[in-house]
Design a protein around this ligand. Structure first.
Ligand code: SF4
Length: 220
């Protein structure tokens, strides 16, 4: 963790780190969703900076990625693209994560559901409503602990949960800031959508640069 300099701020950040660690410990031992406990390799808590400015919310750990590594958005194609987007736009992940730089634009990354949902063929599936509900308190705790400037749900379902409403024309919401009370939400297309070729990769990487501009504006 980069030193911020003022003792009271450091104390607050250290306290938050401890509290986030408590949430992480609870997640890794959680057995609330019986099907997911059978299908997951491990539960995958969020990771990143306690004083993150940007709070990303994906869907669930990927079968070929976070389910193996224990870190959201790593190893599989979606994870690699996401990390590339962070890195190329100057967004910083936590020191033990995949990408490091000196940017002030620190991030925290988590998922709606912390365990990998698989279908009967062993492929990724969407989490059920019950699984999302079961895991919702962990997300609420993470959102309560991190004093972010901007929240970025990745994909339609994450956006619907954060905004608490249906988003039928989700792609038109991509990269457009929405104010909810004092929170700035900027929905983003999920990286798996780009990997499938449904949206141009170079445009997606550019969109992260716009996101950085929004985050800097939200701070002021
Ligand atoms: S998805 Fe969430 S609530 Fe369900 S078992 Fe995993 S950590 Fe627990």
């Amino acid at each position: 963790m980069k030193m911020i300099g003022i003792n009271s701020v450091m104390f607050k950040v250290t306290k938050m780190q401890r509290e986030i660690q408590t949430v992480r410990n609870t997640v890794v031992h959680c057995t609330k969703c019986k099907d997911l406990v059978k299908s997951r390799k491990q539960a995958v808590p969020g990771y990143g900076f306690a004083d993150a400015k940007i709070f990303f919310v994906g869907l669930a750990p990927g079968r070929l990625g976070a389910d193996s590594t224990g870190i959201p958005f790593t190893k599989d194609s979606s994870g690699k693209l996401f990390q590339q987007a962070l890195s190329s736009s100057g967004i910083c992940m936590e020191p033990n994560g995949i990408v490091q730089n000196d940017s002030e634009l620190r991030a925290y990354v988590t998922n709606l559901v912390k365990c990998n949902p698989k279908n009967e063929k062993g492929n990724n599936r969407y989490p059920s409503k019950l699984e999302v509900e079961n895991c919702r308190d962990f997300l609420k705790e993470e959102m309560g602990l991190i004093d972010f400037d901007v929240i970025v749900p990745l994909g339609r379902l994450s956006t619907e949960i954060i905004l608490d409403r249906k988003c039928s024309s989700f792609t038109s919401m991509h990269n457009k800031p929405i104010k909810i009370n004092d929170m700035c939400c900027i929905p983003f297309i999920h990286p798996s959508y780009i990997v499938r070729g449904a949206y141009p990769k170079n445009k997606y990487l550019e969109d992260f640069k716009d996101l950085v501009t929004w985050v800097r504006a939200a701070k002021n």
